[in-house]
Each structure stands twice: as structure tokens, then as C-alpha cells.
Ligand binder design. Sequence first.
Ligand code: F6R
Length: 240
Amino acid sequence: MRVIVASNYDEMSEQAAALFAELVAENPTATVLPATGNTPMGMYRALAQRAGRGELDASRLRVFQLDEYCGLGQDDYRSLFGWTQRSFIEPLGISAANVTRLPGDAANPEAACASYEQKVIESGGIDIAILGLGPNGHLGFNEPPSDRSDPTRLISLTPESIVSNGPYWGGEDRVPRQAVTAGMTVILAAKTILLVVSGKSKRSILKETLQGPTTPNVPSSFLQQAANVTVLADQDAYRF
Ligand code: F6R
């Protein structure tokens, strides 16, 4: 595991974008698993700027959606799919045909998760996962406890995630209680993992992620066992 510490959020975002751009130059049709959440947004803006300047052609990437709240259609503004589209897919000019949704509105979520996993396998697995770090160590929506062998599946949000997602939904009572998430198996098997972490509030969970015992109670701790992980953190997050 490689750890790169940047002096602040903007620098971290630029460094993450530079690393990602190098990977895309090497493999322009890579499969990508991009997180939403606040942390990677600076990186995505930096990528969009590079694409706008003609320094990056990410248009042929194949995108797999990382996670989704249950009960929301793809056009719902609050869906994580919508967020992925606005922040990553559209600014980078990736065509809809190259995007695989993880549908939170499927009539049969279990079947939808199985079909998603099949598509990941058929595409040759994930080349690049861009992850944020949940305050409770979740990756995607792999809430604690999640083991390294957990597949793509339907999950219930922990009380902690309901609280942390409250502001996004205009109140905790409005936060959906269930979600679907790419499994730990899919994430941990990614050929390259970029984990972006920012801010004081992530300091203790980052320490547990990097230095704690590997345990389902901190799903991100399994990154210690993954093949090619680069953690990009700002100094506020990496100070221990
Ligand atoms: C969202 C996702 C989540 C976030 C995590 C951190 O697609 O995968 O695991 O990455 O909750 O969110 P922020 O970056 O908002 O702190």
C-alpha cells in the first residue's frame, strides 16, 4: 500500500487526478468504479479540466456504478447514479453505452446484483476503483460488518450512515434505509485502488484503515490486503 500525503484538499485532488490520468493513458478502455460522496469531487473537477484542455481522453472508459440507494430511479436527482453522471460520466464524455448501473429501483434487487457481478466478470473485472472512506470504514455501501468475501448485495444502512447522509437528504428521517453496493469482492479485486481521504473527521478511521487489525467491523481495513492500493490523503486526515 502506498500513501501519498498532500498538504491540502486541492493538492490531494490534483495528485489523484494526475495518477488517474496516467492510468487512463496506459489503458484508455479501463473499467472504472467511481465513488460519489464529497471527497472525490475535487479530483473529478480536476479531471474534467484536464479533459477540457485536451490533456486527457477518458471518453472510452467503461464505468460501473459503485453503489445506490434503494427505491430511486436513475433520473432521480438524489440518486448516486445521477451524481456519478453529473460529476464523472458527463464531464469526461463517457457514452451511456459504456455505463453499467447498479439499479436501486430493481424489482428484484438480488437478481440485479447477480447480473451486475456477471457483467463485471464479463468485462474482465475492475481496473481502477476510486474510493472514498466512510466515517465508519464503509467502502461503497459495504457497511460494517462486511467481510472481504461479501458479494454485491442489498444492505441496510447503519444508524451512523443514516446520520451522516442526513444533510444530503434534508433530514435523517428522509434517508433511504437500504442500498445496493458493489461487493467487497468486486472492490478488493480491482487492479488499482485509489482511496481519497480528506479532513480531520476522517483521521481516526484512516488510522484504523491503515494500521488497525483487518476486521469486518472496519471494512476499509481489508484494503491492507488488496493488491495495488494508493491512499491519497491530506494532512488533516493523515496526522497520527
Ligand atoms: C459513495 C460511497 C461512500 C463514500 C463515503 C465517504 O459512492 O461510495 O462510501 O465514499 O461515504 O463519503 P465522503 O467522501 O462524502 O466523506
